[in-house]
Structure formats: structure tokens, C-alpha cells
Design a binder for this molecule. Structure first.
Ligand SMILES: *Cc1c(COP(=O)(O)O)cnc(C)c1O
Length: 457
């Protein structure tokens, strides 16, 4: 494919440089082979995450200048509320400092000790915020999602048989609510179809179960619905988004992804009870209900970014830039999760480094090797991220052991994408010589952020 043409031009630049081979070797060892512990200065192309790394538009920067920093009733809150109503169709908004703030409020309100939360697939902070009030998150994604080669167009879909089994096994009163993540991050940025959302609502209505979305990547999900689902070929993205949200009782949302900003989050709902409870809790944990941990200027940037991030031309470029990287890698037979998702390319570390055992952390190893080779920073998404079983304390080895190359929004040019692809293809050709890792430090919570490793001799 041709590289996608950017629907913008560049007004400000930030210089980056490639550190020497010697410095890269030293830096990854200083970081304990954990790319989260690398210094940003040592990184040339930073594909660690798409979270809070977007380039804002001139329109958003202009919005920052009209930040109304009143403690209460900032006009930017009302602009954000209006944007959420227009783009997502929810009436009520509770702002939070970022996505996990919204998860904290929503899940503390909805989850009781001993309950479970079925969700297409877990996400790290979401899982933890279900566990803190004593709940457990259980996966109910279709089986196709666990197969990196399967070309199903909506690998994020919920499996209703799995959901039924949880209800039968645990009993209805043990289900706190049903959660659906849009463009499922841990499955490779794979979308959920409108049909699946519509049917899920019917299914849950029969049991009077509430549905809460993790709508963080809903705009990119909406793009895939338009691209792949019959009947939506010409539907405006905002109409798709509003229909998606109409099948839920509320959403938690990290603005740091599809809203094209560097910080922020919120929860949104049409459910009066959820709204009242979380609006009350927000003053305890985040800030007053008209700022929730964000500055006025940040809320303005989110409001404008939510609208910009739902523009068709932008989304088309965005999704195709990710696809472009995927195609360059596939052309050289590098094993990646297919089809390519919305925000990242996921390398299949089990196939990239078949000489390593699961206990040698293949994805962690690969992320370190990519950095050392090319100063491109990626992230492990496999057993280190998954953590240990809460009851047995054993490591969980999920079927997918991946390295995520996450593309920040509007930040890197197609030449940067080509550099990245070329380096990974080179590394793939000398992959047999890459030694595995041993974990030498393991923190208790979200260990992937701070764990340290050493190379096995
Ligand atoms: C990033 C993310 C979160 C957490 O949001 P933060 O803004 O990082 O706190 C929750 N769910 C999903 C799917 C995410 O990608």
C-alpha cells in the first residue's frame, strides 16, 4: 500500500536523535530491560504508548489559551459537557484526571466484594480497579481474538455463550455489570461490531444487567464499523458513535487516546443513579465535579479533541498509518497480530523468538532487543502485563505474548514508520542470537511498569 497522506501540515517541530550503539546497550541495562524505565532522551522513536502522546492541533492550542481556571463552574467544563453530548450522546459527564480515575469511581460504585465483571478482554488498570473493591474481571471475548492469524473483522466481539456460562456458574446476583472495551487494546486494537453491541444490549436487558463501556478507543472502533460493517459505509462517524453508546448504560473514558490530548479522562452516562453516586465520589478522589482533576485549559483541549478525533479524514489517515507499518512488516514475514488494529501493531513474540520458554519472557526480551538495535521504544503486552493469579499467586501465561508498537496520533511521519519497519525486519533476520530474560525485581501492583530483568547467560 501507499503511505497514507497526512490531513495536516507541521507548524512546530521537536528535534529527536538516535543515541549511539554504546549508549543504547548501556541504557537498556540501566533500565533493567524494562522499556518503561528508559529515559525519554535515550529514545529515537517512541512507540511505548498512544496514551497522552498525541500532537494537539492549532485549534486545541488556541483552546488552551481560553482556559477558565475558576475553581467552580469553569466554562470549559460546559464546553466539554456539550462535546460529550454531541459526539457520544451521553447526557451526564463526570470529569476525572485520567481514565483510571473514572474507573475508580465507576467500579467502586458498581462492584461489591465477591462479584465478577465479564468483559471482552481485560485491561490492566480496569482489572485492578475491579479487584480493589473485591471483584474479579473475567474475559468473554470470542475465541478468534486469541488467534493472531485469524482474520475475523471484529475480533473484539463479546461471546454470548461465555457470558451465559458466567451467569449460570456464578448466579446473576454475582455479576456486577458487563463491561465492553472498544477497539480492544490487549487483543491488538481489535474492534467490536455494532451488531454485537446491539445484541449484547438485548441479552443484558433480559437479565437486567447494566453495560458499561470502556469507550477509550471508541472513535477508532467507529471507523472500523464504517469500513467493515454492512450498512455503515456512508454513515458519519458521530452517528456511529452515538448509536454505539446508545446500547450502554455508561462509559469510562481515558481522553489520552482518541481525544488527541496529553491528559484527561471522564465518565459519562444517562443513568441518574450512576451519575449521582459518581458525581459525589469525584469530590473525594479527584476534585470538584466541574473539573475532576483537570485544569480548565485541559478540559477545553479534550472538548475540541473529542470532536477532531471523530473526523473521518483524520481517522482514515490514522488507521491507515498503523496499517502501513503492519504491511511493511508482513511483507518481510515478521509475525504480527492480524488484521492490523487501530492504534498499534502487535508483534507475536512467541513466533519471533521461538527458542525462548514462556518463563524467559519472550515479549519483554523482544521489546528490549528492539530498543538496543534501533532506539525504537515498544512495550511488552504478555505475561508480565497479565501478572499473577490473585488466588494461587502463580504467573498467568496468556495465549497472546505480544510486543506493542503503538503509534502516537499525528506525531510521526511515514518516514519514521519506514525506519521502524526496516529495523524490526533486520532484527528478525538475526533473531536466533537474542538471549532471554530473568525477572529480578517484581513490584506488587501493575508489575510491568517497574519490574527489572537481567539477561540469562
Ligand atoms: C489507557 C487506558 C485506560 C486507563 O486510562 P489512563 O488515562 O491511562 O488512566 C483504561 N482503559 C483502556 C482501554 C486504556 O487504553
Amino acid at each position: 500500500m501507499q503511505p497514507p497522506v497526512e490531513p495536516f501540515k507541521i507548524k512546530v517541530v521537536e528535534p529527536v536523535k538516535i543515541p549511539s550503539e554504546e549508549r543504547r546497550r548501556e541504557a537498556i541495562r540501566e533500565a533493567g530491560f524494562n522499556t518503561f524505565l528508559l529515559l525519554s532522551e535515550d529514545v529515537f522513536i517512541d512507540l511505548l504508548t498512544d496514551s497522552g502522546t498525541a500532537a494537539m492541533s492549532d485549534n486545541q492550542w488556541a483552546g488552551m489559551m481560553i482556559g477558565d481556571e475558576a475553581y467552580a463552574g469553569s466554562k470549559n467544563f460546559y464546553n466539554l459537557e456539550k462535546a460529550v453530548q454531541d459526539v457520544l450522546g451521553y447526557k451526564h459527564l463526570v470529569p476525572t484526571h485520567q481514565g483510571r480515575g473514572a474507573e475508580h469511581l465507576m467500579f467502586q460504585h458498581l462492584v461489591k466484594d465477591g462479584q465478577i465483571v465479564p468483559r471482552n478482554m481485560y485491561f490492566t488498570t480496569s482489572k485492578l480497579h475491579v479487584e480493589i473493591p473485591g471483584g474479579k474481571m473475567v474475559d468473554s471475548i470470542i475465541d478468534e481474538a486469541h488467534d493472531p492469524e485469524n482474520l475475523h473483522p471484529f475480533k473484539g466481539n463479546m461471546d454470548f455463550n461465555k457470558l451465559q456460562t458466567y451467569i449460570d456458574d456464578y448466579g446473576l446476583e454475582k455479576i456486577a455489570f458487563v463491561s465492553v472495551e472498544m477497539n480492544v487494546n490487549m487483543a491488538g486494537g481489535q474492534p467490536v461490531s455494532m451488531e454485537n453491541l446491539r445484541k449484547l444490549r438485548e441479552f443484558c436487558d433480559d437479565y437486567k444487567l447494566k453495560i458499561i463501556y470502556d469507550a477509550t478507543r471508541s472513535s477508532e472502533n467507529a471507523y472500523f464499523i464504517r469500513e467493515r460493517e454492512k450498512g455503515y459505509e456512508d454513515t458519519p462517524i458521530i452517528e456511529i458513535l452515538r448509536e454505539m453508546m446508545s446500547y450502554s448504560h455508561g462509559s469510562v473514558y481515558s481522553s489520552k487516546k482518541d481525544c488527541l490530548v496529553n491528559i484527561g479522562g471522564f465518565l459519562a452516562t444517562n443513568d441518574k443513579e450512576i451519575y449521582e453516586a459518581t458525581r459525589n465520589m469525584v469530590v473525594v478522589y479527584e476534585g470538584l465535579h466541574t473539573y475532576g482533576g483537570m485544569a480548565g485549559r485541559d478540559m477545553e483541549a479534550v472538548a475540541r479533541g473529542l470532536r477532531e478525533g471523530a473526523e473521518y479524514d483524520y481517522l482514515k489517515y490514522r488507521v491507515n498509518q498503523v496499517r502501513y507499518l503492519g504491511e511493511l512488516l508482513m511483507k518481510a514475514n515478521v509475525p504480527i497480530v492480524k488484521p492490523t488494529g487501530g492504534h498499534a501493531i502487535f508483534l507475536n513474540a512467541l513466533k519471533f523468538l521461538p527458542h525462548l520458554t514462556r518463563e524467559q519472557w519472550p515479549a519483554q526480551t523482544l521489546a528490549g532487543a528492539i530498543y538496543e538495535d534501533s532506539a525504537v521504544r515498544s512495550m511488552e503486552r504478555g505475561a508480565v502485563s497479565k501478572g499473577r493469579d490473585k488466588e494461587t499467586g502463580e504467573n498467568i501465561f496468556p495465549p497472546l505474548e505480544l510486543v506493542r508498537l503503538t503509534i502516537p496520533r499525528r506525531v510521526y511521519t511515514n518516514t519514521h514508520i519506514e525506519y521502524t519497519a526496516k529495523s524490526i525486519v533486520n532484527l528478525y533476520e538475526k533473531r536466533d542470537n537474542i538471549p532471554g530474560l530473568e525477572m529480578v525485581y517484581e513490584p506488587k501492583y501493575l508489575r510491568f511498569f517497574q519490574a527489572r530483568f537481567e539477561q540469562i547467560k
